[in-house]
Design a protein. Structure first.
Lengths: 331, 300, 309
């Protein structure tokens, strides 16, 4: 595993098995997150972003979610080879997760102080009780909540403040990687901005790497160093923020995504959604998963899966570019 | 005007969907093995009980005492389940007891659902003082355990079957009033009711057309489970002597009669007991199955 | 909090009054009276009339009710039982301990067995333990309590001779009755605890706890349990009322001399004073228990606690 990376996912395949069907949630995902950097993972609902994050922590729902194949390298260790006991030591300590809905992510009958404390108690690292108490207060202050509120219950806080508590308990042990799953989607737009800014500052201060899962391209532009765009369980385009926002070539899906953002200045009367829906994850098409909706679909797209084409750091998984490479070899 | 018609059409479409929703619910029910078992069990029992007069004689088998044959063991000549202390055929008594229990169960629930449901519907729909008064009344009825309430009423009216029906219905009314009321309150808050009202549908129409079909699900589940409860309560009342009287073959009465002989002849007590269990089990299984079929998310 | 309690106590009063009125009307609007009981079967018509005048049974019902309530509220006099000729309050105080022992024993059994089994069943969902538990619960729910009582009596008392079958002298006498009385409610409690636990274990905050690296044990006991048990408190409280009703039946099965048998006998023989007092007592007990349960619940759930402050 490369020293500069905190997370390396190679060829990840994850399925959900129910009584009736098998859902192919993640199909051959490769992801890299550099130490101290933020990767934006973008995609529609159902693209497999949350599943990927849960896989890193091996928190897939028991008896339903399985990692069928793939390697996950986290901070120099192979996650797939660890025992459950080892994983528990890692969870919350090396990697932690911030979930989407702050309203339900906190235990309603436990004080927020105690919940933050729990992270620290589970990963003591030789801290004394007093030190733990001090750290709890420190975390609260860090996220902008007065430490005197440590004995209040979650229902006594607003949505935005609840999310800050969640962030506090995720950061309490100074993890090397944070998985933030749409942390601001459930919040008001004004609060969104505050929380994002706070997360950025903390990230810089603690030198933590982050995967920010979102469907909001604007947020990605503000906060992310690298971007990966996910569709139907595959990464169809990735690169640095410049690659994605200022690059000349793009996957047709990305084009559609950018095109669908409402523009304040234009006089258009209708929005431009991408027509159609994501394919049924229980019956994925052969060939490129975007083919049925792609305005530039060719015959080969329907039959063969495209290879990843490299343009330096910019990678696109599309047949349109197979011949266009500049000096790199296909994987 | 045009908007009115459009809204009406939209509501009609929803209703069409509802009809196939019924089919969908039945499909899910069918898939549930336990629920189907309950249904089959009930069907079998009902069949045996309904056709009883065809192959059994009430006078001969159930009531007349044949002292010479008393306590015949099960599987003895002419008596599959044996006879009791008065020589009466156990099988015949249990089957006729079933007629009593099943009909009473249905009747009690049907009546109390009708009366209690109407009370609850009125309380829920109109709210305010009407709601308050009606629910206080229900609270008074509920302050006593159902059994005691039924016992007290039976004390007044006597232990005739008709009066038992009245007593147990009254004891059950508050439960259904509450269930229907809360179902209506829940649905009233939902937006499609506001939409219907905005279209100008008149009050009773709103209740019947829009609220009831959605509220019916949980109510049917409760009703099924209550039939089981009523069968047990009837047997309990009869057991302590305040229900169906001898020589009528109610299962509870049979249990109390058999108690004195159970040491030597346990079958006299075990057979009616198992009959009660089978009847109650079938309704419970069906009720649970309906509950799961109506909302698979609740299945645990 | 005090306001909450005060309000609840206030609403209890009209309910109790309502019950007393209803029961009194029920007992006195019925044809026939207890003259046969008091004077014996062969009493003359004149003697009966005289008795009726003396007892005030010829007065309008509501007047009789008023007289009764005045006696109760001012002198604590609930009358004398026509059957036992003993003041009702005295008879009640003799019988009440038995019923309370039965009720408390049943509740204790129900909670001590029901909650752990429910948790175990949930944590080991779909395992053999779980399936057996569900099966047995279902069968128990289908069994009327008195049938279970008779079967237990048959098995453990008459055939095996391990436990006494009737009476109420020693604690051993209460084992079978308590099991009988609580069995259905035990089964329901198990199912409810199980389903609450299952639901809570799938909740988001449990996922958060796991993401911190919590062990399964911590998740179950530290997070899931308290949340799953909150609704159980209310249900246990509600079931207590039904259990008291069931105690009546259980007392009959095991010939325990308690409040329940007092009611049953009183109804059969039209012993109005006994029935009134006993039923009122039951109603008061149930109301008080409901109030206590509500208070406990409000105290234990922090969301309600802050609302009530």
């Amino acid at each position: 595993m490369d020293e500069r990376n905190v997370l390396e996912i190679k060829n990840l395949h994850v399925i959900y098995e129910t009584d009736q069907d098998t859902v192919y949630a993640v199909n051959g995902v490769n992801l890299t997150v550099k130490k101290g950097k933020t990767l934006g993972l973008v995609g529609e609902t159902g693209a497999g972003k949350t599943t990927t994050a849960l896989s890193v922590m091996r928190l897939l729902p028991k008896k339903i979610g399985y990692i069928k194949e793939g390697e996950i390298g986290l901070d120099g260790r192979n996650v797939m080879e660890l025992t459950e006991g080892d994983m528990r030591l890692i969870r919350g300590d090396t990697v932690s997760m911030i979930f989407q809905d702050p309203m339900t992510s906190l235990n309603p009958v436990m004080t927020v102080g105690k919940q933050i404390r729990e992270s620290l108690e589970l990963h003591k690292h030789g801290r004394s009780e007093k030190e733990i108490d001090a750290r709890v207060d420190e975390m609260l202050e860090m996220v902008g909540i007065p430490a005197s509120r440590r004995n209040d219950f979650p229902h006594q806080f607003s949505g935005g403040m609840k999310q800050r508590v969640v962030i506090a308990l995720a950061l309490a042990c100074e993890p090397k990687l944070i998985l933030a799953d749409e942390p601001t989607t459930a919040l008001d737009v004004t609060i969104q901005a505050q929380v994002l800014q706070m997360m950025n500052e903390l990230k810089v201060k603690l030198n933590t790497a982050m995967i920010l899962i979102t469907h909001d391209l604007g947020v990605v532009a503000q906060t992310c160093d690298d971007v990966a765009i996910m569709y139907a369980g595959e990464i169809i385009e990735s690169g640095t923020a410049e690659d994605i926002y200022e690059g000349k070539q793009h996957h047709p899906y990305t084009v559609g995504l950018f095109g669908s953002i409402p523009d304040m200045d234009s006089k258009a009367k209708r929005l431009n959604p991408i027509p159609g829906l994501m394919p049924d994850p229980t019956h994925l098409p052969a060939g490129c998963p975007f083919a049925p909706r792609c305005p530039r679909c060719m015959e080969i797209c329907k039959e063969t899966k495209p290879e990843i084409v490299h343009f330096g750091t910019h990678e696109i998984k599309c047949h349109l570019f197979s011949g266009d490479e500049k000096g790199s070899e296909p994987v | 005007m045009r908007k009115d018609i459009q809204a009406e059409q939209a509501v009609n479409e929803l209703e069409v969907k509802k009809r196939s929703q019924l089919g969908y619910i039945w499909f899910r029910f069918r898939k549930n093995k336990l629920a189907m078992l309950g249904l089959l069990l009930l069907a079998a029992m009902a069949l045996v009980c309904i056709t009883a007069p065809l192959y059994l004689s009430y006078e001969e088998d159930v009531v007349t005492q044949h002292v010479m044959e008393k306590f015949s063991k099960p599987f003895s000549a002419g008596h599959i389940l044996g006879t009791d202390r008065y020589g009466r055929d156990m099988f015949a008594r249990i089957v006729y007891g079933g007629r009593i229990s099943l009909t009473m169960g249905f009747a009690i629930v049907a009546l109390s659902l009708l009366i209690g449901g109407t009370i609850g519907a009125i309380a829920g729909y109109y709210g305010g003082i009407v709601d308050n008064i009606l629910m206080r009344l229900m609270d008074i009825l509920l302050a006593l355990p159902q059994i005691l309430m039924a016992m007290a009423i039976v004390a007044v009216l006597g232990t005739d079957i008709k009066n038992l029906l009245i007593a147990m219905t009254i004891a059950n009314i508050p439960k259904f009033a509450r269930i229907v009321r809360s179902a209506i309150l829940q649905i009233q808050g939902q937006e499609y009711i506001e939409a219907a009202k905005a279209c100008g549908t008149r009050d009773p129409r709103t209740i019947l057309r829009h609220i009831l079909p959605n509220a019916i699900g949980p109510i049917v589940v409760q009703a099924t489970l209550q039939i089981a409860q009523s069968i047990i309560s009837l047997a309990a009342l009869s057991f302590i002597g305040l229900g169906v009287q001898s020589p009528q073959p109610e299962w509870g009465t049979m249990l109390s009669e058999g108690k004195q002989d159970m040491m030597l002849y346990p079958f006299v007590v075990i057979e009616p007991g198992i009959a009660i269990m089978l009847a109650v089990l079938s309704f419970n299984l069906m009720g649970d199955g309906l509950r799961d079929a109506l909302d698979p998310k609740l299945k645990n | 909090m005090l306001k909450f309690i005060g309000k609840r106590l206030l609403t209890m009063i009209p309910v109790l009054l309502g019950i007393s009125l209803i029961i009194f009307l029920i007992m006195n609007l019925t044809p026939g009276d207890a003259s046969g009981l008091i004077l014996g079967e062969g009493a003359t018509k004149e003697a009966v009339e005289e008795l009726r005048e003396e007892m005030g049974w010829n007065d309008p019902v509501l007047v009789q009710y008023g007289r009764y309530m005045v006696n109760v509220l001012t002198k604590g006099d609930f009358g004398t039982s026509y059957i036992s000729k003993v003041p009702v309050t005295q008879e009640l105080s003799e019988r009440l301990p038995n019923t309370i022992k039965l009720a408390v024993g049943s509740v204790a059994l129900m909670v001590l067995l029901g909650i752990p089994i429910g948790i175990l069943s949930a944590v080991k969902q779909y395992s053999i333990v779980d399936n057996i538990t569900l099966l047995v619960s279902m069968l128990i729910c289908a069994m009327p309590s008195f049938f279970m009582g008779l079967c237990l009596m048959l098995a453990f008392s008459l055939k095996l001779n391990w436990l006494p079958s009737i009476g109420s002298d020693t604690w051993k006498h209460f084992i079978l009755p308590c099991i009988t009385c609580c069995s259905v409610h035990l089964a329901q409690l198990i199912r409810m605890t199980r389903s609450n636990m299952l639901e809570v274990i799938r909740s988001d905050y449990v996922r958060t706890a796991r993401s911190k690296g919590a062990t399964e044990r911590r998740v179950v006991f530290g997070h899931a349990l308290r949340n799953a048990l909150l609704p159980v408190i209310t249900v246990v409280g509600l079931n207590l009322g039904a259990m008291l009703g069931g105690a009546v039946i259980t007392e009959s099965v095991f010939s325990i001399s308690g409040v329940g048998t007092m009611i049953v006998n009183g109804i059969r023989k039209k012993d109005t004073p006994s029935v009134m007092a006993a039923i009122l007592l039951v109603a008061v007990m149930i109301s008080v228990v409901n109030l206590v349960v509500d208070i406990i619940y409000a105290y234990v759930d922090p969301r309600l606690r802050s609302k009530l402050k």
